[in-house]
Design a protein around this ligand. Structure first.
Ligand SMILES: NC(=O)c1ccc[n+]([C@@H]2O[C@H](COP(=O)([O-])OP(=O)(O)OC[C@H]3O[C@@H](n4cnc5c(N)ncnc54)[C@H](OP(=O)(O)O)[C@@H]3O)[C@@H](O)[C@H]2O)c1
Length: 292
């Protein structure tokens, strides 16, 4: 069973896992994870072997103004799913985030599963509470922290860059160059979820692409692969004030995946090449449709 199946990662998990497993994809309209009783009823009637919780309030800036709603979904929702997973004996794969860390460590030093989280925005705070709720209430669980997700579905950074580039082909676009992370293809992460499900893995894991980039470097590489002329210019975060602060260093090390021989994540540039070669036409058509 996949919660948040209408989102970026949920959609990829539905596609990837659907090739081998019977999948029950739950969009938010099918199941609201903040409603405790329906969560229990649905999990109780489907009795899934595995629940992948991709449901979350992910608009980082909106989390600052919609604090209660974000907490309800990211913390209480996670608790509801964890309690029912425990009650009906399902393995819970709960997706969490690089934003649980403050990012004060100088890049490119990465954060491992052993580092102590200390979120600097409400989104990170609510996601950390969600992790704690899973640890407290689920018996069999995997918490998978990832970051900088992109893919063909949903809203995400390369799609925004593409849309802006097409809207203003001659315009100068400023992109933040002092925040670092590992751009991670949601499709690859869905395969990593599959790998973990089929193993004896339990507990907390980091799972992002290998290597790292700034948002500016990510945007530049993406547009280069798309074969689009552009004029991006790097800027610092203070030129781009946002309601939520972002960690300057979001680089994660997949330490446990590697130690346990489970890491299938690739270098971000390698995955970006594959992503663009598979999706270029679709991305262009979609972005042109949106920009008209
Ligand atoms: N995107 C990233 O860069 C990133 C980075 C680190 C971690 N993550 C984590 O990865 C997971 C998946 O993120 P994503 O990028 O796939 O996000 P997404 O595209 O925003 O998908 C999240 C999904 O959750 C659904 N949802 C929201 N509230 C819900 C509720 N109360 N009950 C059930 N479903 C609900 C949303 O449905 P509606 O659209 O209908 O509201 C949406 O389909 C999340 O846990 C997120 O925190 C993402």
């Amino acid at each position: 069973m996949i919660t948040g199946a209408g989102g970026l990662l949920g959609g990829e998990c539905k596609f990837v896992l659907g090739q081998r497993y019977v999948v029950f994809p739950m969009r938010s309209s099918d199941l609201d994870i903040t409603d405790k009783t329906p969560v229990e009823e649905i999990i109780g009637s489907l009795k899934p072997d595995v629940i992948i919780n991709c449901a979350a309030f992910t608009r980082v800036d909106d989390c600052e103004s919609k604090r209660q709603e974000a907490f309800r979904i990211n913390a209480i929702g996670a608790e509801n799913v964890a309690r029912s997973a425990h009650k009906y004996g399902a393995l819970l794969v709960h997706i969490s985030t690089d934003y649980v860390f403050d990012g004060n460590r100088p890049p490119p030093q990465p954060y491992t599963e052993e580092d102590v989280p200390s979120p600097i925005n409400w989104y990170g705070h609510t996601k950390l509470k969600g992790e704690a709720a899973v640890e407290e209430n689920a018996r069999r669980y995997i918490i998978l922290r990832t970051g900088w997700l992109y893919g063909s579905g949903g809203r995400n950074f390369p799609k925004t860059i593409l849309r802006k580039t097409l809207m203003e082909p001659e315009g100068q676009m400023k992109v933040v160059d002092d925040q670092f992370g590992s751009p991670t293809w949601a499709h690859r992460l869905a395969h990593q979820v599959e790998r973990l499900m089929a193993s004896e893995a339990q507990g907390l894991y980091h799972a992002t692409a290998e290597g790292y980039a700034s948002w500016f470097q990510f945007a530049e590489e993406f547009l280069r692969l798309m074969g689009l002329r552009h004029s991006l210019s790097p800027c610092t975060s203070d030129k781009f004030p946002t309601p939520a602060r972002r960690p300057a260093n979001s680089i994660l090390e997949n330490k446990r995946l590697k130690n346990e021989g489970l890491n299938i994540m690739r270098h971000w540039k390698e995955d970006l090449v594959t992503f663009v070669s598979l999706n270029r036409d679709h991305l262009l058509a979609e972005a042109k449709g949106v920009s008209r």
